[in-house]
Design a protein around this ligand. Structure first.
Ligand SMILES: [Zn+2]
Length: 155
């Protein structure tokens, strides 16, 4: 792992979010907004689980049967690594989204929602509207994507 990332991780957003909470003029209003968001995330989560289940059903016949039954038996998409199976790539994308939603829900609980994981700044409300489970501000996201691109090219 490059040294840059290690350094970034040191800046924990917890303290900052605490400060933000205290400065918020209407706590009630903020709580209402967070509750709305929580509901939205849970709805989205249910929708994705449903879609994934539908897709699993499609694979229930044929050579994928064994694998699919394993997934259904476990009842937990997160325990199955489907990344290698091209025909199940869709499910993998669903899984990634589920992980992101769970992260966002956890952050809501902890009061760190909407705080960039890298720089600790607030993620803009506009950005969160478009991507409710963004964990990085626009700048850090772009930086990370660039870094990932470089890493891929080095492989
Ligand atoms: Zn940032």
């Amino acid at each position: 792992m490059p040294k840059k990332i290690e350094e970034k991780k040191k800046s924990k957003p917890t303290k900052k979010s605490q400060e933000l909470k205290e400065k918020t003029p209407s706590v009630k209003e903020e709580e209402g907004r967070m509750e709305e968001l929580r509901k939205l995330l849970i709805r989205k989560r249910e929708q994705i689980v449903k879609e994934a289940t539908e897709e699993i059903k499609k694979f229930k016949s044929g050579e994928k049967r064994q694998l699919v039954e394993t997934v259904l038996d476990d009842g937990d998409l997160s325990v199955v690594d489907l990344a290698e199976d091209i025909s199940l790539r869709h499910l993998s994308a669903h899984r990634e989204t589920l992980v992101k939603i769970d992260n966002a829900l956890r952050k809501l609980e902890e009061g760190t929602y909407g705080i960039c994981e890298d720089c600790g700044d607030e993620i803009s409300k506009e950005r969160l509207k478009i991507m409710p489970f963004a964990i990085l501000c626009r700048d850090c996201q772009e930086k990370r994507e660039l870094l990932e691109k470089i890493e891929r090219e080095e492989e």
